[in-house]
Design a protein around this ligand. Structure first.
Ligand SMILES: NC(=O)c1ccc[n+]([C@@H]2O[C@H](COP(=O)([O-])OP(=O)(O)OC[C@H]3O[C@@H](n4cnc5c(N)ncnc54)[C@H](O)[C@@H]3O)[C@@H](O)[C@H]2O)c1
Length: 333
């Protein structure tokens, strides 16, 4: 049986990208939508054929709908925690877009409420589900890389100044620009791949092109307790991008392109000794996979890969990234 979801926030991302992908998941059923902006509700109602009596303008009304079993929260970051807490108190399971909170304290509050109310709480770090990231995880875990010395990731795009944009406002974004927005995904993915806690964080940021109050480019370095070093370059000022992802170990190296971003043609090469293997797995939509996995957690109690506590870990590391940028110092975690 499909799980009936209410989607809170039908703006840019859910309207264009995640919701169309969620609808391809076998166990996802769209039961209702809600948005603070009436026009967005109307547009989504037309696009996704949601009947008028299942279109809400107030979150309390959506949460009072007995048909809604779970919610997907896809609103600006500064609203995540308050909406999640309301949903939890109404007895609805919660899937929150990333990061779980604007701060660690917010994330902790949401997780504590979910635990207390026996609510299933998942966080949308969809990059974990990419077929090539899963391949990397498998090869790291089975020892194919030997010691993993270095993981490198890029996430580039161009994001010009927009008046009123919440991502460009540090109060609403959680402190920074790409270091927090796409950075939350990459930090989560690195933690997942290494399976090791972060020991130290170093980061630098700049505004090279766009003059908003958050940075438009950042470099983040992570030292993991198991010795792996992680390195990421994240930007909102590089329009021509490959978004390379690499893993370097003592026994093998993996080079991937286009596993992050709007690409459906990822490419990878695995180098072991003098043997180069092209990896061309079939592309699968990560958002469809995550929605299916979250729904199956509710329906069949199959544990979801990214539960609330991972959201706390991520928020904690994002705070340290902010601190490293502001203080220009290496932060011990
Ligand atoms: N997982 C990913 O790959 C990914 C990609 C993009 C965005 N996101 C996340 O999705 C979320 C939304 O991002 P976006 O780009 O769609 O932003 P957006 O500004 O385009 O859309 C946000 C929507 O939320 C609505 N909204 C704002 N406050 C609300 C409230 N209190 N209650 C109900 N609706 C409210 C807005 O009216 C708007 O329609 C963010 O958390 C972002 O981090 C995730």
């Amino acid at each position: 049986m499909a799980v009936k979801f209410g989607v809170i926030g039908v703006g840019g991302f859910s309207f264009n990208r995640s919701l169309p992908a969620f609808l391809n998941a076998d166990h996802f059923e769209l039961a209702a939508i809600m948005d603070a902006v009436s026009e967005n509700v109307k547009n989504a109602s037309e696009k996704f054929s949601v009947p008028e009596n299942k279109c809400y303008h107030n979150v309390d009304d959506l949460l009072a709908d007995p048909d809604v079993e779970a919610v997907m929260i896809s609103t600006p970051v500064h609203t995540h925690a308050a909406l999640a807490l309301k949903a939890i108190e109404s007895g609805k399971h919660v899937f929150s877009e990333k990061p779980l909170g604007r701060t660690t304290a917010e994330a902790e509050k949401v997780v504590a409420a979910a635990d207390k109310n026996r609510i299933k709480l998942g966080v949308g770090f969809h990059l974990r589900f990419h077929v090539l990231h899963q391949k990397a995880k498998e090869l790291i875990d089975d020892g194919s890389f030997g010691n993993v010395n270095l993981i490198r990731m890029q996430n580039h795009l161009n994001y010009p100044e927009i008046v009123g944009a919440w991502r460009q406002n540090p109060e609403m974004s959680g402190g920074g620009g790409p270091s927090i927005d796409v950075g939350s995904h990459h930090i989560d993915l690195m933690c997942y791949l290494t399976g090791s806690p972060v020991k130290e964080i170093t980061a630098v940021a700049a505004n090279q092109v766009h003059k908003y109050k958050v940075e438009d480019i950042s470099l983040i370095l992570l030292r993991f307790e198991n010795g792996t070093l992680g390195m990421m370059d994240l930007s909102w000022n590089i329009p021509h991008r490959f978004n390379v992802f690499e893993v370097y170990g003592s026994k093998a190296s993996l080079y991937c392109e286009k596993t992050v971003g709007p690409f459906r043609d990822p490419y990878a090469r695995l180098l072991t000794g003098d043997k180069i293997e092209e990896l061309t797995p079939e592309y699968q939509d990560t958002y469809t996979i995550e929605a299916e996995a979250f729904a199956r957690w509710i329906e069949y109690d199959e544990p979801f890969l990214i539960q609330g506590t991972e959201g706390i870990v991520n928020n904690r590391l994002l705070e340290k990234v902010n601190e490293a940028i502001l203080t220009k110092k290496t932060i011990v975690v």
